[in-house]
Design a protein around this ligand. Structure first.
Ligand SMILES: Cc1cc2nc3c(=O)[nH]c(=O)nc-3n(C[C@H](O)[C@H](O)[C@H](O)COP(=O)(O)OP(=O)(O)OC[C@H]3O[C@@H](n4cnc5c(N)ncnc54)[C@H](O)[C@@H]3O)c2cc1C
Length: 305
């Protein structure tokens, strides 16, 4: 593994202001609570720092951006290369600009609650109940309760593979259902969201209603990464799992949630391998019994141990 390599890639990196951690355990950065180490983890101080990294890192050094890790299954062997996390203060800043809200990509969706109520604005309530950061919400076109990120995005700032800062429009992300397609190497650093004037009490009411719905129907306090499989066209993944009794399968510490059949959970001591093997066993059972092949919605990254 990375530890056995003779040359640390840290020595090959330019001089940076942000924090660098070698062999940082990614289990600490994922909702599943699993995942091996990042060979190097970099927490840029600001955009100048991030640009310096992108422009002067060794060519072909693999780079992966992590948000809050709420849609990721990081494998037990970890992620080679550099994992970037935009969690410094710079990436959690926000400001109002007329009827728009400009936010750093490292801001947690949940932080929008305070901003909306303190400024008597609304329109982003659905995002508050989705775990994760705004950067992750763009990549996954996060959505629920009939709305998705693309409905509220006016534009964003990204740093591209050449280290240039670009202003891009919402259309440039090519949003689809729970996904977006933008050039490999783009790192979203901030975004402009459309908001509407709204009384704080009304915002709180909507957020509370959505929270109660989630509490009843999803294991939001468990170690999970949300919906595991995409709904096949015209069908529901959870129904296929339930009807085939695949929800009764278990692998090591990985199980299917009692509250929602499409949520896999780490019951305590699961490895990433347990969770991935459980997912694959479900895919096989559903296919054997219905011919339908479920596709992973959770993004699996990194290498096996
Ligand atoms: C209990 C639970 C409930 C959930 N419910 C929902 C739901 O209702 N609706 C829904 O849509 N999702 C839901 N999810 C899934 C998840 O919360 C969303 O997909 C979320 O948007 C992921 O954000 P994140 O910051 O955690 O991203 P991560 O999981 O860390 O990363 C997801 C992807 O985004 C990329 N990424 C992250 N930041 C950036 C950036 N700055 N620039 C470029 N790429 C970036 C990563 O490389 C990765 O490809 C749920 C998850 C859980 C655990």
């Amino acid at each position: 593994m990375f530890g056995k390599k003779k040359t640390s890639i840290v020595k090959m990196l330019p001089k940076l202001k942000g924090e660098i951690r070698e062999h940082e355990l990614l289990a600490k950065h994922t909702w599943f609570g699993v995942g091996g180490p990042a060979e190097v983890m970099f927490f840029p101080a600001d955009n100048d720092d991030l640009r310096e990294f992108v422009r002067n890192k060794p060519h072909n050094l693999p780079v992966f951006v992590i948000g809050s890790g709420s849609n990721l299954l990081v494998r037990d062997g970890g992620i080679p290369g550099v994992v970037i996390k935009l969690s410094s203060k710079f990436y959690r800043q926000w400001q109002m600009d007329g009827d728009k809200l400009i936010c750093g990509a490292g801001m947690k969706n949940a932080e929008l609650k305070k901003i909306m109520t303190e400024n008597n604005i609304g329109g982003l309530e659905f995002l508050v109940s989705i775990p994760g950061s705004l950067g992750g919400a763009i990549k996954t076109n996060a959505g629920c309760f009939g709305r998705e990120l693309k409905d509220v995005l006016a534009g964003a700032t990204v740093i591209n593979e050449e280290g240039e800062e670009l202003e891009v429009s919402a259309d440039d992300f090519n949003f689809g259902y729970r996904c977006s397609f933008f050039p490999e190497g783009w790192i979203v650093t901030s975004m402009t969201l459309k908001v509407v004037p709204q009384d704080a009490q009304e915002t709180l009411r909507i957020i509370e209603e959505q929270k109660q719905y989630r509490l009843k129907s999803q294991p939001i306090n468990a170690k999970t990464a949300g919906s595991t499989f995409k709904n096949p066209e015209g069908l529901r993944a959870w129904e296929l799992i339930k009807n085939t009794k695949s929800n009764e399968l278990k692998v090591g510490g990985a199980a299917v949630s009692d509250k929602h059949c499409n949520f896999l959970i780490n019951t305590g001591d699961a490895s990433a391998e347990d969770i991935e093997n459980l997912g694959e066993s479900i895919i096989k059972k559903v296919k054997d019994e219905t011919s339908i092949v479920l596709e992973w919605e959770v993004k699996r990254v990194g290498i096996k141990k």
